[in-house]
Design a protein around this ligand. Sequence first.
Ligand SMILES: [Ca+2]
Ligand SMILES: [Ca+2]
Length: 398
Amino acid sequence: MTKTLQYSLVIGLFSILLASGISAGVAALPEQVPNVARFVTSTTDSIVLDVYESKGCSVKYIFEEMSALDCPPAIGRLMGLQEDIQVFAVDVVANDQVKATEVQATFSGSGVTVAVLDTGVDRTHPELKISIVSGVSFVAYTTSFDDDNGHGTFVSGLITSDGIVPKSLGSAPGADIWVGKVLDSNGGGFLSDTVAAINYVVAHDKADIISMSLGTGDPYLYKGKNCDRVYPAMTSAIKNANAKGVTVVAAAGNDGTSGVGLPGCITGVITVGAVDYTGSPAWFTSTGRSVDVVALGVDNYSTKMGDKYGTSSGTSFSTPVVAGVVALMIDKDSDLSPKQIQEALRNTAVDVGGDGFDRTTGYGIVDAVAAINYSPTSGGDGGSEPKCNKGMQKRGLC
Ligand SMILES: [Ca+2]
Ligand SMILES: [Ca+2]
């Protein structure tokens, strides 16, 4: 094992891009003023409807107690018709599935900082700009933590997007993001840079949570309970983070039955797999005994670079959904230790797949409502006294 173990995360393989529909050489048409609007009326009388049609309306539906018509807007208003109410798709599947939506009425992750170790972030994106506190680049070719790939911006939005576009709302929209750029423009990097980033976050007290949507590939995949002996510097960094009260969340990976990569397979990491909106395991989600829980990782909707939005799939995207849930938990109780948070998530998850714990979905789908109301039986670390975390520091308890 050398310090330069190359690893890469899979970006794009599972991406489903939203089609722009614009081909080269074709310009978008100027905005058109609609020449019809939808109106509704309580009448279903065909004689009355004939009159509306003679004025330029067309009947779209006749229900038992009302009719719907398309009319020139001025005509519809002149005839005293009521304008129909518009509906919009609100894609809150990920937040609804883990019940973060219910918790968000009370807790938003306010005052909690999540360190996102990824490709950087688009810090001018309207959904993100007020949430980005600072960052550091750990890659050799740049000192900027701006995103030059898009992956980190998408991940950050799943945690903390403000919901200006409602369907992009993050699981913890009040949480702050500290950015550690550890992956390059191709989405690849070195484990040593990620270790450096974890150590930096902990030493400088930058965050309550570290979220890592990255992992090693074949042959560095493990089906067993842990992989703690493979790369000791990473194992130590995570152990130290946990001891200092920093919760570590990482992706299981997109390697199916081949096993879980580093850092997801290390003890003390809350390891996140992916399900679809029905709760069925994603075909790609990595399996192994180190998997803790699952959340939505198929067709997630989030922020893309350049003020854009889009859809993508992967355990990269179920991971920040869960990191956000952890932020909600810490918003409610800043004294929770990483071990207590892991226990709460495991013991309250909704069982899916094989009966009880299984290597594909771990303990099941995260239930933020139950997790936030859970009373941990463990102490701060393995039954011993609670370790000193940021909340305890703020209250002068350690
Ligand atoms: Ca784990
Ligand atoms: Ca199960």
